[in-house]
Design a binder for this molecule. Structure first.
Ligand code: ATP
Ligand code: MG
Length: 465
């Protein structure tokens, strides 16, 4: 009792009472040993045989209880990383700040982490920043402490495959049945410790079809700004998880409802406010969700290219109206948009090349004469650029007929291809012999991306040639 009072006064504990552990037998939860992946089974068995505690934990238990196939299996144990390494032969310790162990079996990797306490030692006054955000949480702890440091009750369930028991400290099982996301501890304090939990709440709600309970929901709007203190690389990872959750449309809708979309993808607000841009983004996202449902691969570069496309178009049009030629205007706009993103949401540079390629190839779909369509078809990024073009057509930005033409052209034989070529491109080849004439500023009546025009622009060069 006194110890508990101490914990509260020192701010180390929670304003909830000490959790009460309930152990559910299989008849109450229904998870069988066979539902666990062979690798996770092997890891828990080996650790238990060596005298340690070992449980499957987190998302996998939650997903099994809901009746979904888990994405991956994590194991929590009271063995230290070195001890785990000794017990599991094919394993390696990773991470510096807080070490975990990757256990490897065939093509499966299971993450094994040692039970951890929520906070650093009391003497560590550098453990949080001035907003209360935890910078360090690297202290080993008991299973109970490990449960306490987790975010939602439904994510804090431990499954023992040997006994087929679910260990539940916060009635997570009840919350799963009620389809409810309930925060462990005091929600505002937990969001302050780690503002990313606000995004996690939205992602899980959208993905699982759960409601965020009132107490967990209430502080979000007020604390949303704390997300700006989160390192941008982490924000990016979380944003990507959200977009690739298979429920991105719903996630985005909820982000807006909770007032969390500001500052995440800073330009997204603008995009979603423009009917044309919004339609394109929505189509791109529902297309992504569909691909995930069908187990097809997703390219984050493609996704970010879609989210930022409208800004690129607007930027290019603005720069052109100031007298720049279409192609340089497009390139300037691409850089402008990517730079603006970098400040807030570090889209890693490795995606820049893909995005730029997809964007810059768009105007080449308008050129359907001579050798150009053949060359475009051979471009290594053709597929992505074409899919992007199809989305633009579907959103009404470009002529559907042209997208259909490209669909047919790809599958046509040589003779058919020849017959399909569009003759308007001919003057372009003639012009190549003479010196180039640059249009004076302001004479351009169409932009590089104004692709409703059936004619190609004689001044435009192939961007990749
Ligand atoms: P997913 O299906 O998206 O992988 P998950 O619940 O497994 O969902 P992870 O990010 O893989 O989520 O994290 C594993 C577990 O670690 C969570 O279930 C939760 O218990 C804990 N956890 C992860 N991130 C946090 C956080 N920011 N704060 C508290 N606990 C967290
Ligand atoms: Mg997980």
């Amino acid at each position: 009792m006194i110890a508990e009072l101490f914990r509260k006064v020192l701010g180390r504990g929670r304003s909830i009472n000490r959790p009460k552990l309930t152990i559910h037998a299989v008849k109450r939860h229904g998870i069988r040993r066979e539902d666990i992946s062979p690798c996770a089974l092997r890891v828990t068995e080996s650790l238990q045989k060596a005298g340690f505690e070992a449980f499957v934990v987190g998302g996998a238990v939650r997903d099994l209880l809901i009746g979904r196939a888990p994405k991956d299996f994590d194991v929590a144990t009271n063995a230290t990383p070195e001890q785990v390494k000794k017990v599991i032969r094919r394993s390696r310790i990773i991470g510096r700040r807080f070490q975990i162990v990757h256990a490897l079996c065939n093509d499966e990797v299971v993450e094994v982490s040692t039970f951890r306490a929520l906070q650093a030692a009391p003497e560590d006054d550098q453990a949080a920043d001035e907003h209360g955000r935890l910078i360090r949480d690297n202290v080993f702890g008991s299973q109970e402490e490990d449960a306490l440091r987790r975010d939602f009750t439904v994510n804090a369930l431990f499954y023992d495959p040997n006994k087929e028991e679910v260990w539940d400290y916060f009635d997570g099982l009840g919350d799963i049945r009620a389809k409810r996301l309930r925060m462990i501890g005091e929600p505002a304090q937990r969001y302050r410790e780690d503002p990313v939990r606000m995004l996690r709440a939205v992602r899980f709600a959208a993905k699982l079809g759960f409601t965020i309970d009132k107490a967990a929901r209430k502080p979000i709007l007020e604390l949303a700004d704390l997300l700006s203190n989160v390192p941008s690389a982490r924000l990016f990872d979380e944003m990507l998880k959200l977009l690739l959750s298979g429920h991105s449309v719903e996630c985005l809708r909820q982000l807006r409802t909770e007032g969390l979309h500001h500052g995440l993808l800073p330009l997204l607000d603008v995009v979603l406010d423009e009917p044309e841009g919004a339609r394109f983004v929505e189509l791109a996202l529902s297309n992504t969700d569909k691909r995930i449902a069908e187990d097809k691969p997703i390219s984050p570069g493609f996704l970010f290219a879609s989210l930022l496309w409208h800004q690129v178009r607007l930027g290019a049009a603005r720069i052109e109206s100031q007298g720049e030629l279409p192609t340089p205007a497009l390139y300037l706009a691409m850089d402008e948009v990517l730079d603006a993103q970098k400040e807030k949401l570090a889209i890693p540079r490795r995606f820049d090349a893909v995005m730029k390629e997809i964007w810059s190839m768009q105007q080449r779909f308008m050129q359907r004469g001579g050798q150009r369509p053949y060359r475009l078809l051979e471009h290594p990024r053709f597929r992505a650029a074409f899919d992007f073009f199809v989305l633009r057509a579907a959103s009404g930005e470009v002529d559907q007929d042209i997208a259909r033409w490209w669909e047919d052209f790809q599958h046509a034989d040589d003779t058919e291809k020849e017959a399909m070529l569009v003759v308007e491109d001919k003057p372009k080849r003639r012009r190549k012999r003479g010196p180039r004439r640059k249009k004076p500023a302001g004479e351009n009546s169409s932009t590089a991306l104004d692709t409703h025009s059936k004619h190609t622009q004689p001044d435009e060069d192939d961007l990749d040639d």
